[in-house]
Design a protein around this ligand. Structure first.
Ligand code: GLA
Length: 320
């Protein structure tokens, strides 16, 4: 039995892909995942060129791969301070809203038949505890209520059976979590515009604790929201660690497997609230963590190894 079969009655299990990994890791993806997310190819900055024309070719190819193989997709993302169509902000607010609405319509018409969820706003909360919202060209242009405005625009275009999310990282750190909750309450004060919280879940062997994640899931559920785990990977390094291992010890590999097992056991407990769990990559041969936060340092955060073989971490989440 493969991963997606094992989790059929729990939630969709997904992976972030790009135009290379859909070729290189095709069999792993098709055997194990019921859903994919474009790592970068559907971001506004990948779609809208500086001259105002659209470039759908990479997203089209990934969409065709999903459609031909019966996979669902998560849309990622509409509004982010990074990788966005920066030059639209040289214009007035009305223009920004008009071209953005057109973009949302286009994305829906082109890919909507297999997209079940959209990360509408990504990472809008500031990490520094003294500040609330992060600086962003969207914020500067659209003003204080920009997130609500964006959700209003998107929910006017995307049909209501598609889940609309607010998505963020460090979503379990109490300080930041409070601000995420404040934001969701503000946006949803008149009508429910945000359906679900996207918990990115970029975690490591040392932080956070499963208890903290459990407490976080409980808090988000108490707001009447659904949960999606949107970008999970489990790094071998503490965030501030600048060290480098050639390969992990057996002991750390065992810790990795145990923690994946514990995380998925937790997710299974909350299966009535969790729609999907997406890994941020397919196999350790390619992970963004090889270049973040330390450039060129190998990491092994996923369920399949560099040769595409299932790791102990994979077997552990299958063991129930
Ligand atoms: C954030 C974004 C993702 C991706 C990762 C790094 O979490 O939401 O789209 O860019 O950073 O790969």
């Amino acid at each position: 039995m493969t991963l997606k079969e094992k989790y059929k009655d729990y939630f969709d299990v997904g992976a972030a892909v790009n135009n290379e990994t859909i070729r290189q890791d095709k069999d792993i993806i098709l055997d194990n995942f019921s859903m994919i997310t474009c790592e970068n190819e559907m971001k506004y900055g990948s779609i809208l060129r500086r001259d105002g024309s659209y470039n759908y070719s990479n997203a089209d190819e990934i969409y065709a791969f999903a459609k031909d193989n019966g996979l669902k997709m998560r849309g990622h993302n509409f509004v982010w301070h990074n990788q966005t169509a920066y030059n639209i902000f040289d214009n007035d607010v009305e223009y920004v809203i008009q071209v953005f609405s057109e973009h949302v319509k286009n994305m829906h018409e082109r890919y909507g038949d297999i997209i079940t969820a959209w990360d509408v706003v990504n990472e809008a909360i500031e990490d520094k505890s003294s500040e609330y919202l992060r600086k962003s060209p969207w914020y500067s242009k659209l003003g204080d209520n920009y997130i609500k405005k964006i959700f209003e625009i998107v929910s006017g275009i995307i049909p209501s059976d598609v889940t609309l999310l607010y998505n963020d990282y460090n979503e379990y750190i109490p300080d930041k979590r409070e601000k995420i909750i404040r934001l969701i309450k503000e946006v949803n004060s008149d009508e429910k515009l945000i359906d679900a919280v996207g918990m990115q879940c970029h975690v490591n062997l040392y932080y956070p604790s499963i208890d903290l994640v459990r407490e976080t899931i409980e808090l988000y559920i108490s707001l009447g929201l659904r949960i999606q785990i949107t970008e999970m990977d489990l790094s071998y390094y503490k965030f501030e660690d600048k060290g480098c291992m050639d390969k992990p010890s057996k002991e750390l590999e065992e810790k990795h497997a145990k923690m994946y097992g514990d995380y998925f056991a937790l997710f299974r407990e909350y299966k009535d609230y969790i729609d999907s769990v997406t890994l941020w990559g397919v196999a350790d041969s390619y992970t963004w963590l090889d270049d973040f936060p330390v450039r060129g340092r190998k990491n092994w955060p996923l369920l399949f190894d560099e040769n595409g073989k299932p790791k102990d971490s994979y077997y552990r989440i299958m063991d129930f």
